[in-house]
Write a protein that binds this ligand. Structure first.
Ligand code: SF4
Ligand code: SF4
Length: 137
């Protein structure tokens, strides 16, 4: 019963398609080589400066590279010796919620060896049956 309530809540209230399962092994990989997407993947430092004024999280990031996708950032709060977040207890919500399924919508993937994985809430069969029913109406 509890499972059914959880499923309903995630699917229809939160509008999610995936459950986040697993746990963080504190590898620190998601705090390095980050792309920033705000409508589109940020390409220039000028665009990024505007974003920094809108959300404090962006003030933690610094540009380390640029590739065919866009600017590449790393977070200045990552302790490179320990791979731990220096502000762990006060880290922003976006870090607490990582990884979320929006990552996939952005064309991203989970960091290599991330302890989390995203599992579909509905099986292929459930989705298939739903679509078939809709088409019959
Ligand atoms: S604030 Fe901490 S958890 Fe968030 S990206 Fe920076 S180092 Fe990682
Ligand atoms: S990549 Fe995954 S396991 Fe590594 S620090 Fe980030 S959330 Fe944790």
């Amino acid at each position: 019963m509890l499972k059914k309530i959880k499923k309903f809540f995630y699917l229809y209230i939160l509008k999610r398609k995936y459950y986040r399962v697993g746990q963080c092994n504190a590898c620190g990989r998601c705090c390095q080589k980050i792309y920033v997407k705000h409508k589109h993947v940020i390409q220039t430092e000028e665009e990024f400066k505007i974003l920094q004024r809108q959300h404090p999280f962006y003030t933690y990031l610094r540009v380390i590279d640029k590739d065919e996708t866009g600017l590449v950032f790393e977070c200045t709060n990552l302790d490179k010796e320990t791979n731990k977040c220096k502000i762990h207890k006060m880290r922003p919500g976006i870090c607490r919620r990582y990884p979320q399924e929006e990552l996939f919508l952005m064309g991203g993937t989970l960091a290599e060896h991330c302890g989390y994985r995203l599992e579909p809430i509905e099986s292929f069969e459930e989705v298939f049956n739903k679509v078939s029913k809709r088409q019959k109406k």
